[in-house]
Design a protein around this ligand. Structure first.
Ligand SMILES: Nc1ncnc2c1ncn2[C@@H]1O[C@H](COP(=O)(O)OP(=O)(O)O)[C@@H](O)[C@H]1O
Ligand SMILES: CCCC(=O)OP(=O)(O)O
Length: 355
């Protein structure tokens, strides 16, 4: 049985798991405030800080860093690739260091896993990175020949909970039509048709509902106006879309719990913005029903904000006319990463080579 360290960097958190085979021995979630994340110039600049935070957690747990057989990270913004387990290699690290597809905390997953694997002479893996691409051709058309829609979303957790739903109901994921909503620091809403995510909003770069730290779809012409107003740098505009959008822009926090507490305490603005996010999520779910020809087996709500009864109920009452709503609060990402690495380590599956 392999002992694994799982490293899952998100936009508002770092989640750490210690697994013995597919059994979780311990897990820990570090939540990061918007002001802390915002103090770094780039995601790569967070490398040392995140690794130190991970080391502190392991030290507290009395776990030696060299006691693991392999290190498994969440996969980041690579070239569009198929679902599966990948061994971290030089081509992957080079693309991540160049940020070929942009910046997101998940880029650090492979880097941290490889950093530790190199230090201790072990192996490093990623699985189902945020760029898993199963989109149908029609979903790629943006409306202007200069732009193409791309698949960037919570692939790991969306697929993990969809497979969990199938298993729990003795159904086959490859025969189901599901709409899966991940409610995290970013929000993605995906149409799963027969085991493939055929359409999904680009959860990172200005598409879909707004989220705790992202603006989602913005009025395009107004965005052009502000970009050429001379008041902001390109970097500042990009941060408005990702990092300083959504709750951060309206309310100064990326913490949905704080927004909910403020709303419950009578803060009218907090309530309006919280509800507006649910409203946009419900609209996005509705937009995917025609993709599945109206034949939706279930709508699955997951991610950190799916712990919120207030948010879940708000969305549920607007979309359950489409299909039954099933809630999986949090995420299955740590287990999904452990299982993915174990399939390779046990010889059940070959790791895919990233090129
Ligand atoms: N119990 C809870 N109720 C409401 N929101 C929560 C709860 N726990 C976490 N969240 C919110 O979920 C969001 C983070 O979700 P998560 O899936 O952990 O994201 P990420 O991986 O993007 O960092 C944060 O806004 C956090 O405040
Ligand atoms: C890059 C898409 C996945 C994403 O948004 O993850 P977080 O919610 O962890 O930021």
């Amino acid at each position: 049985m392999s002992k694994l360290l799982i490293i899952n960097p998100g936009s508002t958190s770092t989640k750490i798991g210690i697994f013995d085979g597919n059994t979780e021995v311990a897990s820990h979630t570090l939540r990061h405030e918007a002001s802390v994340i915002g103090s770094f110039h780039s995601v790569i600049d967070q490398y040392e800080w995140r690794i130190e935070e991970i080391k502190k957690v392991l030290a507290d747990q009395g776990e030696a860093l060299d006691s693991f057989d392999a290190y498994v990270g969440r996969g980041g913004l690579l070239k569009p690739i198929k679902s599966g387990t990948y061994r971290v290699n030089e081509a992957m690290l080079a693309d991540l260091k160049k940020s070929i597809k942009g910046e997101h905390a998940s880029n650090l997953g492979a880097m941290i896993a490889q950093g530790l694997a190199t230090e201790y002479g072990k192996e490093a893996f990623i699985a189902d990175p945020v760029v898993v691409d199963e989109m149908e051709d029609l979903a790629r058309i943006s409306g202007n020949s200069q732009f193409e829609k791309v698949s960037i979303f919570h692939a790991l957790n969306q697929k993990a909970v969809a497979k969990r739903y199938a298993k729990e109901n003795h159904l086959n994921y490859n025969e189901l039509n599901l709409i899966v909503v991940h409610l995290g620091g970013g929000i993605s809403v995906g149409a799963h048709k027969n085991g493939k995510v055929v359409d999904v909003n680009n959860a990172l770069n200005g598409e879909g509902p707004f989220s705790p730290e992202r603006s989602g779809t913005l009025p395009a012409a107004d965005l052009v106006e502000i970009s050429f107003s001379g008041k902001y740098t390109k970097g500042e505009i990009l941060k408005m879309i990702t990092g300083k959008g959504g709750f951060v822009s309206y309310l100064g926090t990326n913490d949905a719990r704080e927004v909910e507490n403020r709303a419950e305490a009578g803060d009218v603005e907090a309530k309006k913005i919280y509800d507006a996010m649910g409203y946009q999520v419900a609209k996005e779910v509705g937009s995917l029903a025609p993709v599945l020809m109206g034949k939706v087996d279930a709508i699955l709500l997951t991610g950190g904000i799916a712990y919120s009864k207030m948010m879940v109920n708000f969305i549920k009452e607007r979309v359950e006319f489409i299909a039954p709503v099933v809630v999986y609060p949090g995420e299955d990402e740590l287990l999904a990463l452990a299982e993915a690495a174990n399939r390779v380590l046990s010889g059940e599956e070959e790791a895919i080579v990233y090129e």
